[in-house]
Design a protein around this ligand. Structure first.
Ligand code: NAD
Ligand code: DAU
Length: 349
C-alpha cells in the first residue's frame, strides 16, 4: 500500500534535501511537500524532482488551521516530517511575533490536524518534529549538548523552537500521538539561503563585498553537511523510537573566524584570486544581541542506536558547497534580488 507522507517546509534549505531523498529513495511513498513559500522557500530547489509521479506540492501556510485541516482530510497523511519554520536568529530579533506564529502556532495547528485525522488510531502513524540544538542555550568552553540537557533558549527563534518541541512532546504524553524529535546542529550545503553565515559569506566573496563578522568572531558552531542531516532524518523516521529525542551533529566545531578564514582560502583557490585577497574583506561588526557563545552536539545516541555518523568531511562539504554556488549563480541572483536587498541594508547598516 502506498503511504502518504507529509513533509512541511520542503521548499526550504534542509526540507528540499529531505524531499529529494524521500522521493527518489521511496517510490512507494507519496510525498506531499507543504510550504507557504516565504522568502526562504524556493521551488527552484526541487526542479529536478518536480515531475516525479510520487511527488506533489501543496502551497499552504501552517498558520492557517482550516487549510491544514482540509489538506489532512483530503490527502489522509499517514506520517508527518515537520520542517517548516522561520529559521534565522537575526530575523527573530527584529520580528519575534512572526516566529511565534509559525514555529509555535503553526506546529500546534499541525498537531491538531494530525490528531483529528488519526482519531486515536495511531497504528503506523508518526509525527516527526525537526528541531535545533539552540533550544539547549549556550555552552561555555567545555561540554556537549546531550538529549538530557535542560532547555535554556536565549533568542526568540530558539524560544519558539523550544516551545514547539514542548508541544510535540505534550501531544505524545497527553494524547498518545506517536512522536519523535531530533535536534540538529548548524547545517551547510547547496540551496542554503544567503542570510546564514556560510552562504552569505560565499555570496559576498563572489561579489567582493565585505564579510561582516559579529563581535570578535570567537563564537563556536558545530557544522554538518545538509545531506548527512537528511540521511539522519531518514534513519530516525524509519528506525527511531516513539517518544524519543535524537541529537544530530557534525563532530565538527569551528570558531567563526577560523571558519571564515578557511572559506576565504578555498574561495581564493576556486576563483583563481591571489591568496589572501578574500581575507581582506573581513570586517568586524556590532555583535548579535544575546549571541550564544558555543554549540556542540553529543551525537553518540543516534550513532550507537541507529548507526548514523556524518560521511562528508568539512573540507569536502565546503568544497562541494562553494562549487554549487559558483555553478548556480542564477539561483543566487534570483534569491538576492528584491526584498533581500532591503533586509541586507537593515541588518548590516
Ligand atoms: P529555511 O528557512 O531554509 O526553510 C524554511 C521553509 O519553511 C521555507 O521553505 C519556508 O517557505 C517554509 N515556511 C516558513 N514559514 C511557513 C509557514 N508559515 N507555512 C508553511 N511553510 C512555511 O529553514 P531550514 O534551514 O531549511 O530549516 C528547516 C528546519 O530545520 C527548521 O525547522 C529549523 O528550525 C530546523 N533546523 C535548521 C538548522 C540549520 O542549520 N539550518 C539546524 C537545525 C534545525
Ligand atoms: O544550531 C542550529 C541553528 O543554526 C539552526 O537552528 C538555525 O536555523 C540556523 O540559522 C543556525 O543558527 P546560527 O545563528 O548558529 O547560524 P548563522 O549562520 O546565522 O550564524 C552562525 C554564526 O555566525 C553565529 O555565531 C553568528 C555568526 N554570524 C552570522 C551572520 C549571518 C556572523 O558573524 N556574521 C553574519 O553575518
Amino acid at each position: 500500500m502506498k503511504r502518504n507522507i507529509l513533509i512541511t517546509g520542503g521548499a526550504g534549505f534542509i526540507g528540499s534535501h529531505v524531499v529529494r531523498l524521500f522521493v527518489q529513495k521511496y517510490p512507494d511513498y507519496h510525498i506531499y511537500n507543504l510550504d507557504s513559500l516565504t522568502y526562504a522557500g524556493n521551488l527552484e530547489n526541487l526542479d529536478d524532482i518536480k515531475d516525479y509521479n510520487n511527488y506533489e506540492f501543496l502551497k499552504t501556510d501552517i498558520t492557517d488551521a482550516n487549510a491544514l485541516d482540509q489538506a489532512f482530510q483530503k490527502y489522509k497523511f499517514d506520517k508527518v516530517i515537520h520542517l517548516a519554520a522561520e529559521s534565522h536568529v537575526d530575523r527573530s530579533i527584529t520580528d519575534p511575533l512572526a516566529f511565534a506564529r509559525t514555529n509555535i502556532m503553526g506546529t500546534l495547528n499541525l498537531l491538531e490536524a494530525a490528531k483529528k485525522l488519526w482519531d486515536d488510531d495511531f497504528e503506523d502513524k508518526l509525527f516527526y518534529h525537526i528541531s535545533t540544538d539552540e533550544v539547549y542555550g549556550t555552552l561555555g568552553d567545555n561540554g556537549l549538548f546531550k538529549e538530557t540537557t535542560p532547555y535554556d533558549p536565549n533568542s526568540p527563534y530558539s524560544a519558539s523552537k523550544a516551545s514547539s518541541d514542548h508541544f510535540v512532546r505534550a501531544y505524545g504524553e497527553t494524547y498518545g500521538l506517536p512522536i519523535v524529535i531530533s535536534n540538529c546542529s548548524n547545517n551547510y550545503g547547496p540551496n542554503h539561503f544567503p542570510e546564514k553565515l556560510i552562504p552569505l559569506f560565499i555570496s559576498n566573496i563572489i561579489n567582493n563585498k565585505s564579510l561582516p563578522v559579529y563581535g570578535d568572531g570567537n563564537y563556536t558552531r558545530d557544522w554538518l553537511f545538509v545531506e548527512d542531516h537528511a540521511a539522519a532524518i531518514d534513519l530516525v523516521f524509519h528506525k527511531g523510537g516513539t517518544d524519543e529525542t535524537y541529537n544530530i551533529g557534525g563532530f565538527n566545531e569551528w570558531k567563526n573566524i577560523d571558519l571564515v578564514k578557511l572559506l576565504c582560502r578555498l574561495m581564493d583557490e576556486k576563483l583563481g584570486r591571489a591568496l589572501g585577497s578574500s581575507e581582506k574583506l573581513i570586517t568586524y561588526v556590532k555583535d548579535r544581541p544575546g549571541h550564544d557563545l558555543r554549540y556542540a552536539i553529543d551525537a553518540s545516541k543516534i550513532n550507537k542506536e541507529l548507526g548514523w555518523k556524518p560521511t562528508v568531511t568539512f573540507e569536502q562539504g565546503l568544497s562541494k558547497t562553494i562549487d554549487w554556488y559558483l555553478t548556480n549563480e542564477e539561483w543566487l541572483k534570483n534569491v538576492t534580488s528584491g526584498d533581500y536587498q532591503e533586509y541586507y541594508k537593515k541588518q548590516y547598516k
